[in-house]
Design a protein around this ligand. Structure first.
Ligand SMILES: [Mg+2]
Length: 164
C-alpha cells in the first residue's frame, strides 16, 4: 500500500524480478474519467519504461478512444472493458505483456476490483490512494466496504506507506 503511483520505485520493482506492470486507469493514473495525466504520473511512467518495465493499462472503463490515447502517450498496451476482478482480465493482460504472473505487479486504487482478484491470480499487487474523490456510480457501494476494511487494516498497523 503506497500513497500514489509516483511514490513507487520502478528500480525496486525491477530488482524484485518484476518485469511488467498492469495499471488501473481511473483514479490510479488519471482522475476519474479524465484524460489529462498529471506531470508526476507522466514522469513516473517514463521512469518505468527507462528501467525496462512493460506497461499495460487494464481498465473496466468503456470509452476505447480515451483509453487508447492515454495508453499510446505513455507507451503502454491496453485492455478496455477488462472485466476486473475476474481472472480473464489478468490472463488477457499477461498475454498482451507476454509475462508470467510472478513477473507482474498490478497497481490500482480499488481493493475489490484491482487487488483482490489479482492476488487470487497470484500477481503481486500495490494499492494506491484514489487520485480524486469522484467515482463511477457503481463504485460507491464497494467503496463503503473498502473504507471499513482499510480502517480495520490500519488498526492492525497496516497503512499506506509514503514510498515503495
Ligand atoms: Mg480505479
Amino acid at each position: 500500500m503506497v500513497e500514489a503511483v509516483w511514490n513507487i520505485s520502478p528500480q525496486t520493482l525491477w530488482q524484485q524480478g518484476i518485469r511488467s506492470l498492469i495499471l488501473d486507469l481511473d483514479n490510479t493514473l488519471v482522475d476519474w474519467n479524465q484524460e489529462h495525466l498529471r506531470p508526476e504520473v507522466e514522469a513516473w511512467t517514463r521512469e518505468c519504461r527507462k528501467v525496462g518495465l512493460s506497461l499495460c493499462i487494464c481498465t473496466n472503463a468503456q470509452r476505447k478512444d480515451r483509453i487508447r490515447r492515454i495508453a499510446s502517450s505513455i507507451g503502454a498496451c491496453y485492455l478496455a472493458r477488462a472485466g476486473k476482478p475476474v481472472a480473464k482480465a489478468w490472463r488477457r493482460a499477461l498475454w498482451l505483456l507476454r509475462c508470467r504472473p510472478e513477473q507482474a505487479a498490478v497497481v490500482g486504487d480499488q481493493v475489490f476490483t484491482d487487488i483482490w482478484g489479482a492476488n487470487r491470480f497470484g500477481i503481486m499487487t500495490i494499492l494506491v490512494k484514489p487520485l480524486s474523490d469522484r467515482d463511477f456510480f457503481a463504485t460507491k457501494v464497494p467503496r463503503l466496504f473498502e473504507k471499513r476494511l482499510l480502517a480495520s487494516w490500519q488498526a492492525k498497523g497496516r497503512s499506506f506507506q509514503p514510498h515503495l
